[in-house]
Design a protein around this ligand. Structure first.
Ligand SMILES: [Mg+2]
Length: 369
């Protein structure tokens, strides 16, 4: 089997706002083969930058778009293709949008491999350790503590046993921060897990102080209180508090996750398959397992990324929670026919070959740019 083409398809809603919501557009990757099999992947990046990384024609030996690099290659040789993509983009790549574009291609290659072999991806990775995961509703803080509490009550009423609130007004002032978390806990009750995603707003001293304050409300983890490059701050925070510290959604390379754990001392790594690929996310999860740390996915895109996340989590011994994006976007809910229903607070990995999702062509045509 040979790769005949790679498409980078940009999908965008008619209205895109400044809200921190990655479901307003997306970049879908479609890998075609001479066997007629097609694999789907997704990129979570700046979509048109990643699209250019895939479509750019050969410039010279170590500067070439991914499509030209992989045309004619065997799609099942995923590790070998990674080396080719890394070396062929080394002039402009190694990190950032190039890695994100590679991730989208990687997900599509795993989808293809599963379809070619008639197996779900989690089995190809050596799983399952578990096939369903406690899903946390991933939402933004409301504008006020009171409204945040109301949203918490609503989500528990919908069957969630874990909820993460993030970004929004967090970081404005101490009283508001503490009230947001207090009302979230009140709304959830004592049983449900409460995660807090601070959205990069603190310095190390403030983060230490907040982590101690939030500990009174029994939070499951504190996510990204610091900018991703403040490794010294992460180390000071991790050393100072008992609350689990989660981070990693800004990273795409295994070495960068290892640094967050080894230098920053974080407890929960959050790779996104649409930035790290299935291969990278699996390697990151295993690196965490070797250090007795845990892994949860970061996913804020379509059913393609949701499925990719579930397959990797199923193949890891240290997966703790599943991020369930609650954004109200047709790209989140309608791009795949599979809806990943919540059952007793848990979501299960698909059993069909590859990613186990069917992409709706009508949705692609409706939002294609
Ligand atoms: Mg986050």
């Amino acid at each position: 089997m040979k790769i005949t083409d790679i498409e980078a398809i940009y999908l965008r809603l008619p209205q895109v706002t400044t809200a921190c919501d990655g479901t307003q557009d997306t970049l879908l990757v479609r890998v075609h083969t001479d066997a007629g099999l097609v694999g789907y992947g997704e990129v979570d990046s700046c979509p048109l930058v990643a699209k250019a990384v895939i479509e750019a024609p050969l410039s010279h030996q170590i500067c070439c778009g991914l499509r030209d690099l992989l045309k004619g290659e065997d799609p099942l040789a995923i590790e070998a293709l990674h080396k080719k993509m890394y070396e062929g983009t080394i002039y402009f790549g190694r990190r950032g949008a190039v890695r994100h574009a590679m991730a989208g291609v990687d997900v599509a290659l795993w989808d293809l491999k599963g379809k070619a072999l008639g197996q779900p991806v989690y089995k190809l990775l050596g799983g399952p350790f578990q096939k369903s995961f406690k899903a946390y509703a991933s939402v933004l803080f409301e504008d006020t503590p009171r409204a945040t509490g109301d949203l918490a009550r609503k989500l528990v009423g919908e069957g969630f046993r874990a909820v993460k609130f993030g970004w929004g007004p967090m970081g404005k002032d101490e009283a508001t921060d503490v009230a947001l978390v207090r009302e979230a806990r009140k709304g959830l009750g004592e049983e449900a897990d409460l995660m807090v995603d601070a959205g990069l707003v603190y310095d190390a001293r403030t983060a230490i102080r907040r982590a101690r304050q939030y500990a009174d409300f029994n939070i499951f983890w504190l996510e990204e209180p610091l900018p991703p490059d403040d490794l010294d701050g992460y180390r000071r925070l991790s050393d100072a508090v008992d609350v689990r510290i989660a981070a990693g959604e800004q990273e795409a390379d295994v070495a960068d996750f290892e640094r967050l754990m080894d230098v920053g001392g974080i407890d929960v790594v959050q790779p996104d398959p649409a930035r790290c690929g299935i291969s990278g996310m699996f390697a990151i999860g295993r690196a965490a397992a070797r250090r007795n740390r845990v892994v949860a996915n970061h996913t804020f895109k379509s059913g393609v990324s949701i499925a990719a996340s579930l397959h990797v989590l199923a193949a890891l011994p240290n997966a703790v929670r599943f991020e369930y994006c609650m954004a109200d976007s047709p790209l989140r809910h309608d791009l795949t026919r599979q809806k990943f229903p919540l059952v007793d607070g848990y979501v299960s990995v698909p059993e069909e070959p590859g990613l186990g999702v069917e992409v709706d062509e009508a949705v692609i045509e409706k939002y294609r740019q």
